[in-house]
Design a protein around this ligand. Structure first.
Ligand code: BZD
Length: 833
């Protein structure tokens, strides 16, 4: 491995142990001299970070080698988590925390004249994902390592991850974020792990009828490994991310020497594009092709890697053994090409027949759905697919054909619906499509949703006919979050209190133990300590806001936070409209009345997809409202509105522990699960929310008295939309008042009309208040009044906050992953002794 050389050069100091801060310091110094990219004569904070990370990496690499050696020897069934996204965030705090070396590193850095707090600030936030789905994948890696599962994560090594969001007077602006600018200190480039990946070309049939995909462009996938340490275990697994490149022998030196410089580097340019940007916009034909190339790069390289590991096994290979040794989980439909690719390898390369290949493929592959929004369900043009992946298109067509035969044979009554169920959507001859979700449901042995309500909607609505065909495939795996990053490390103060009152720190790996806090929820002493820890987190976050946004917020105010991707269904608009109503109300109050209000700081954070115009208007509205409210001397002591720029994992780690109220207010039925709701509840933040996604289960666990509920229920949404269309909806006068206020230019002359119109009829911008903002507005205001009233009673609020944490045990990703392992993957523990 890459760092073996440095390990063998300094054996005495390469493996720090807890309490050995001298050894750690020596190791950091060693790296600052020999493996850092800065002058050895300087030891500034950035250099201290890179040297520290290199030193931590030594410990990780050693454990990581032992782990995979152990897996190889034990030869258990292994699970492969395929995801186009991983939102890893920073790794240092998590790594030294999981290794049990936080104190040793803090002490060592102090000896070297640095402060761990400042050193960790130097790390870039690795954002190879968009939002919840990507962060879930990263939480899952942490849990798989901690639970000693023989597992791998597979992804892509995007050069530019999620864009950097800058808020200017124009609203959101996007800039490329180069997380690799100074290279990542965690990854290990694996020049020994490369695979060819083909695009385009044609299908050849040889004399015995065997099909072979040949020609086209062949690139190389090169592996980079990022070690993922488990907590309290030696097990350290790998996130393997692929980079596309062109091997030297494919460089056209003749063309280059003949002066055709551009022609000579064409293939390299194409390879660079594949891993250049996370989820490039797909509104153009080129963009679509690139996204499909990315998806195939991930699937092809990962499967070749899985095959090579399978073939390395001791003893003879029987292909029917494959599903007993390999489980592949698809994180949404983005890696669906793994299905035809697995079929292709088994049939064309290994010579198996269709039926055997099909049985192996479907017993190996499982699919997780993360959305029911029609516009988010992937559909690929058959023309593009056939051009880029001609053999895969053939296999997909064959899967579709056999599916039709199966339905005709076993369920003739479904015949009339068959067209809508098929994998191939041929309804528009001009635009024939492949429905990737249908391909997954037809092919995989398991289809799961990510919260109970969501899984029910999959069975009863989105995939109801498939459910009637294969009820046994469908299951629920309610999401979870890692308690290490999302409580133990992001809020050390609160963690220490929990450990003290539970008299154990075992809750870090057994989150159900948090329920032991219930008996102390009314204890004055605990409440005081709890309050002090929350206040410390609020002060820390207020300092951050002052530094980054330049807004001074008072830590004594109620910290009310909504952070998530900006989307109409998540209804940041509902939140800001109610803030505007609050602003108007406070403005009209007498000073005495004002003094009686609960002062609040309402914070928003999140990125809008670059081409999502409505979402960008919402960002602009929030910042414009903030500018007016925060500068109104009569109102600003009682209300502040802050847009936190460039929301990412690092910002979440600061904001969530500081939050007292958090908003999870999606239109019921539209948020598959949500995972930040779990993080907030875990950190003792009370939730105002709808009966949607995992909110429902959180409310059940923490108790309905501890949840500020409002809004329409999922079952009622279709009827309410219909009534809205029929003009039966009578808006609350306060709703009209707020819209008029925006129209009066109270927040400037930006054109908000498209946002406001979308809340009325069907105007072209909206679908007639499709997200039911007007419908839920009065109930939401009532719930907010209840929040204020409750906040005035500090003891009650503290009790509710403690009960939120106490009820969050279920939402550990350790629980989620155990369920995946037992119920879908049939993968057991394999712990390094
Ligand atoms: O997945 C999210 C859902 O919206 C959340 O409700 C859920 O909690 C999480 C985890 O299950 N979905 C996404 O984050 N989806 C994407 O980011 C995405 C990315 C590319 C293309 C389509 C969707």
């Amino acid at each position: 491995m890459a760092s073996n050389a440095s390990e063998s050069a300094v054996p005495a100091i390469a493996h720090p142990t807890p309490g050995d801060s001298f050894g750690v310091a020596a190791n950091i110094v060693y790296h600052s001299q020999f493996s850092s990219r800065f002058s050895p004569f300087k030891f500034e904070v950035e250099q201290a970070f890179y040297a520290t990370a290199a030193s931590v990496k030594d410990a990780l690499v050693q454990r990581w080698n032992e782990t995979y050696k152990h897996f190889h020897e034990e030869d258990p069934k292994q699970v492969y988590y395929l995801s186009m996204e991983f939102l890893q965030g920073r790794a240092l705090t998590n790594a030294i925390g999981n290794l049990g070396l936080s104190d040793a590193y803090a002490a060592a850095l102090t000896k070297l004249g640095h402060d761990l707090e400042n050193v960790r600030e130097q790390e870039k936030d690795a954002a190879l994902g968009n939002g919840g789905l990507g962060r879930l994948a990263s939480c899952f890696l942490d849990s798989m390592a901690t639970l000693d599962l023989p597992a791998w994560g597979y992804g892509l090594r995007y050069k530019y991850g999620l864009f950097k969001q800058i808020i200017s007077s124009k609203g959101q602006e996007e800039y490329a974020e180069d997380w690799l600018e100074k290279s990542s200190p965690w990854e290990i480039v694996r020049h020994d792990v490369t695979y060819p990946v083909r695009f385009f070309g044609e299908v050849q049939v040889d004399s015995d009828g065997r099909r072979k995909w040949i020609g086209g462009e062949v690139m190389q996938a090169l592996a980079y490994d990022i070690p993922i340490p488990g907590y309290n275990t030696k097990n350290t697994i790998s996130l393997r991310i692929w980079e596309a490149r062109v091997p030297a022998e494919d460089f056209d030196l003749y063309a280059f020497n003949a002066g055709k410089h551009e022609e000579a580097v064409q293939l390299q340019l194409k390879a660079d594009q594949i891993c250049s940007v996370l989820y490039p916009g797909d509104s153009t034909e080129d963009g679509k092709l690139l996204r499909l190339k990315q998806q195939y790069m991930l699937c092809s390289a990962s499967l070749q890697d899985i095959f090579s590991r399978f073939k390395e096994r001791r003893g003879a290979i029987s292909w029917d053994e494959f599903p007993n040794k390999v489980a592949v989980q698809l994180n949404d439909t983005h890696p669906t090409l793994a299905i035809p690719e697995l079929m292709r390898i088994l049939m064309d390369d290994e010579g198996l027949g269709w039926d055997q290949a099909w049985n192996i493929t479907s017993s190996t592959i499982a699919y997780t759905n993360h959305t029911v929004l029609p516009e988010a369900l992937e559909k690929w043009s058959q023309v593009v697919m056939a051009k880029l992946l001609p053999r895969h298109m053939e296999i997909i067509a064959e899967i579709d054909k056999r599916f039709q035969v199966l339905v005709a044979r076993t369920r003739p009554e479904l015949e009339s619906k068959l067209e809508a169920l098929q994998v191939l959507d041929n309804s528009n001859p001009e635009k024939k499509l492949v429905r990737m979700a249908h391909l997954c449901v037809v092919s995989a042995h398991s289809v799961n949703g990510v919260a109970e309500l969501h899984s029910e909607i999959l069975k009863k609505e989105l995939f109801s006919d498939f459910y009637s065909l294969w009820p046994e495939k469908f299951n629920n795996k309610t999401n979870g979050v890692t308690p290490r990053r999302w409580l133990r490390f992001c809020s050390p103060e609160l963690s220490a209190i929990i450990t003290k009152w539970l008299r154990t720190d075992k809750w870090v790996t057994n989150l159900d133990l948090l329920s032991g806090l219930r008996e102390f929820a009314e204890n004055k002493q605990l409440q005081e300590e709890w309050n002090a820890a929350k206040l410390a987190n609020k002060v820390r976050f207020a300092d951050y806001l002052l530094k980054v946004v330049g807004v001074e917020v008072n830590p004594q105010t109620l910290f009310d936070i909504q952070i998530k991707r900006i989307h109409e269904y998540k209804r940041q608009l509902l939140n800001i409209l109610s803030v505007i109503y609050r602003y108007k109300t406070i403005k009209e109050m007498s000073p005495e009345e004002r003094a009686n209000t609960v002062p609040r700081t309402v914070m928003f954070g999140g990125k809008a997809f670059a081409t999502y115009a409505q979402a960008k208007r919402i960002v602009k509205l929030v910042t414009d409202v903030g500018a007016v409210v925060n500068n109104d001397p009569n109102v600003s002591p009682h209300l502040k509105v802050v847009f936190i720029p460039n929301y990412n994992v690092t910002v979440a780690e600061l904001a969530i522990p500081a939050s007292e109220l958090s908003q999870h207010i999606s239109t019921a039925g539209m948020e598959a699960s949500g995972t930040s709701n779990m993080k907030f509840a875990l950190n003792g933040s009370l939730i105002i929310g709808t009966l949607d996604g995992a909110n429902i289960e959180i409310r059940e666990e923490i108790g309905e008295d501890n949840f500020f509920l409002f809004g329409a229920r999922a079952d009622d949404v279709p009827r309410l939309r219909k009534e809205r269309e029929q003009g039966k909806f009578v808006p609350d006068p306060r709703f009209e008042e707020v819209k008029d206020f925006i129209r009066s230019k109270a927040f400037g002359d930006f054109d908000y009309e498209p946002l406001l119109e979308a809340l009325e009829g069907d105007t072209g911008y909206g679908r007639g208040d499709y997200f039911l903002v007007g419908q839920d507005f009065p109930g939401y205001l009532d719930a907010q009044d209840k929040v204020d009233e409750t906040y005035k009673n500090r003891a009650k609020w503290m009790k509710m906050s403690i009960l939120s944490t106490a009820g969050s045990g279920k939402f550990s990703s350790d629980r989620t992953i155990s369920q995946y392992a037992n119920e879908i993957w049939q993968v057991g523990q394999c712990r390094v002794p």
